[in-house]
Structures are given as C-alpha cells and as structure tokens.
Design a protein around this ligand. Structure first.
Ligand code: ATP
Ligand code: FE
Length: 355
C-alpha cells in the first residue's frame, strides 16, 4: 500500500510518499523544505517563526511530494504525521493539516512519535531484524536503546543534560560559525589538529551508559576565551583545532557508552546482533567510523542510514506510521499534538491524550 508522511516538529517542513510491503518500503518521494535562512540571524530556531513557516509551506510541500511520487491523494492508503515530541506550534501545523486531509479523503490518520521515526529508520534503509541496539543522537535527544519492536524500546542510557546535536550547535555558535552547527564543525575540524587542544570527557569514568555534554561546551568556551586573550582574537587555526577536539571528545563519549550498552545487549544473545545509529548527529563521519569499528570488533553488523535519512525527513515518519497501520492502529481526529512524548509511552490516542 501507499502512505503519505508529514513532518514539521522542528525547522524542516517535510513530506514523503512510500510504497510499503510489510516491513519493506520504497521511497517514492522525500521532500524537505529547510528553514535555516529564516533562523540564521537569531543563532537558533525561533519557535514562532518556525510554526508560521510550517503553516505557510506545508500544503506546497505535500503537493510536491505527491507529484514527485506520481500519485494522487486517491491512490493513498493512509496519512502519517508527527504528533510529537517537538516545538508545539510546528507539530500542530502538521497535525492540523493531516487531520484536514484525513477528514476530506476518509483516509486513516496515524500519529507518529518523531523519535520512533528516527529509531526505525535503520529498518527502512536496511534489512535489520529486532532486537537491535540503537544510538539515537539528534538535535534534542540522545538515547541508547534496545529496539525490540515497532513500539517496543528499552532505554539503556542517555544524556543527563544537552544532546550532542545541541552541543554541536552551541559550540558552533561560540566559535562564530553558522547553524546547524554539526556540519559546520565537522567541515572546520578537517582544517585543524584534533589533538592540539585537550578537552574533558565528562562522565566517561563513571559506570553506566549515561552521558553529559554541557561541560564540554563550557570547556570550549574557556579555551576560546584563553585563545582570544592570548592571540588578541580567535585565529582560524585555533578555531579549527577546537572544532576537531570537540568532535573527537563527542565521538569518544558516544562510542565508549555504546560499547558498554553493547555488553548488556549482547548478553541477551540476539540472533542477528546489529548496532545501528540514527538522528541528525548520525550524519557525522567521525562518529560513524568510530561506531563501525566498534561493531566490527564485536563481529556484529553495523547500520547507518544515508545522511538525508539521518536528519529530519518525512520518509521515516511515513515508514513508522505504516508499521502502526499494519499493526491495526489508527488515530481519530482527536489526535493530540504533544511537545513531550517519551519513546516508551504508547501513541496518544491509546492513552486518551488530550482529554
Ligand atoms: P529531535 O529529533 O531530537 O527532535 P531535531 O529533529 O532538531 O531533534 P535532527 O534533525 O535529528 O534533530 O538533527 C539535527 C541535529 O543534528 C543538529 O543539532 C545538527 O547540528 C546535527 N547534525 C547534523 N549534521 C551533523 C554532522 N555532520 N555532525 C554532527 N552533527 C550534525
Ligand atoms: Fe529529529
């Protein structure tokens, strides 16, 4: 069957059409309208601006996705939409649009957890069987999960403060670079020496799978100020060294904590042990390489989705929605938009949310 996905939880307005056959899917179209120019001069995403831009662009984005897929609304079998977590104005824009389409066409409406979208992406792109170990690292989240089913997640650890994406973005801002910070820091790091400046690895010496990134960002700030005081300004080479040192520290923390989670996961003796990574920060080359090496050492499969499916997109929402639809789930027009929605909670309709 065919399903439309709609995503508007942060600063990307996105729509996609998938052809789905059980757990297999083919992406017929995957359209993303970014908003980075709108937010550039504020140095971060401004929720009100994002919500307005989503509301303005979402119809056009869906039309684009449909026309690129060669299908019309009548050809679809369902409409999946991000119902949270995220910036509430944006989530509402998507949910209202999806409800309108569902009411007008009679197509089933499925509310999707944005994080479940990221978490199931390895199954959209690759032949991955449950249970797999997933490092989910994005702009707002950082979790190590055992993914046991479409809606069955066991959390082994995560950040106790900033997400790595946030740390990349704040570091870029501290160093006077553009947003989103991840790609900017990664590019700049190539021009520097990542071992020239030593940065801390908070919580790394503590047992368990929890992580902390806010101290790392503060350490970057201190090094920046020291360099400015010494050199009378931030030299390009120092900036590149700092980017490299920061990226290396993030990689070290994430890889080491994932190594510990692997022990817990492998103790369950999964049939096809697999390590997967998802979320925007999974686009980072150094992190991907570090995780791949870790998986190889353990003799297990490693899956990292292509970059465009790591950052926000609607294909992952359509896919996660399709799996819920196949399982017999469907939401009513009372589907709630939720700013917070932990992965280990069921979909809002099942909870009777909004009442
Ligand atoms: P969430 O999914 O938690 O709600 P989000 O949807 O805003 O947050 P994503 O789109 O999944 O986040 O990821 C965006 C984040 O990924 C940004 O913080 C960005 O800096 C980071 N990112 C993107 N590319 C890279 C990269 N190459 N290296 C490191 N970080 C990156
Ligand atoms: Fe995301």
């Amino acid at each position: 069957f065919h399903i439309l996905g709609i995503e508007s939880s942060c600063d990307d307005t996105a729509a996609a059409v998938l052809r789905v056959d059980r757990s297999k899917a083919q992406i017929l179209s995957n359209v993303v309208y970014g908003q980075s120019e709108l937010h550039a001069r504020f140095g971060g995403v401004v929720p009100e601006i994002a919500a307005r831009a989503h509301a303005e662009k979402i119809d056009l984005c869906i039309e684009d996705a449909l026309s690129q897929s060669g299908l019309a609304l009548e050809d679809l079998d369902g409409i999946a939409v991000t119902a949270g977590p995220g910036l509430i104005g944006g989530v509402l824009a998507g949910v209202m649009c999806a409800k309108g389409l569902s009411a007008a066409t009679g197509l089933p409406l499925i509310g999707v957890n944005h994080l479940a979208g990221h978490a199931l992406t390895p199954r959209l792109t690759d032949d991955v069987t449950y249970p797999y170990l997933l490092l989910l690292v994005s702009g707002g989240h950082c979790q190590i999960l055992i993914v046991r089913g479409d809606e069955d997640f066991t959390r082994l650890g995560g950040t106790i403060d900033d997400s790595p994406g946030e740390a990349f973005d704040k570091t870029a801002k501290l160093l006077g670079m553009s947003q989103p910070g991840g790609p900017a820091v990664e590019a700049e790091a190539r021009n520097g020496d990542q071992r020239a400046i030593a940065l801390p690895r908070p919580l790394l010496d503590r047992p368990g799978c929890d992580m902390s990134f806010s101290g790392l960002k503060t350490a970057v700030l201190r090094q920046r100020d020291a360099a400015v005081a010494r050199d009378g300004g931030l030299k390009r080479s120092v900036r590149a060294d700092l980017c490299g040192a920061f990226q290396l520290a993030v990689r070290d923390i994430l890889v080491e904590k994932t190594r510990r989670a692997l022990d817990i996961y492998l103790a369950e003796r999964p049939k096809t042990p697999t390590l997967a990574v998802a979320g925007g920060v999974a686009a980072n080359g150094m992190l991907r390489a570090g995780l791949e090496k870790l998986a190889r050492q353990q003799g297990m499969a490693f899956v990292a989705p292509p970059l465009a499916l790591c950052t926000d997109n609607a294909a992952m929402i359509a896919y996660a929605g399709a799996q819920r639809l196949i399982a017999g789930a469907q939401d009513g027009l009372d589907l709630a938009a939720r700013p917070r929605w932990p992965l280990d909670q069921k979909a809002p309709a099942m909870l009777g949310a909004g009442k």
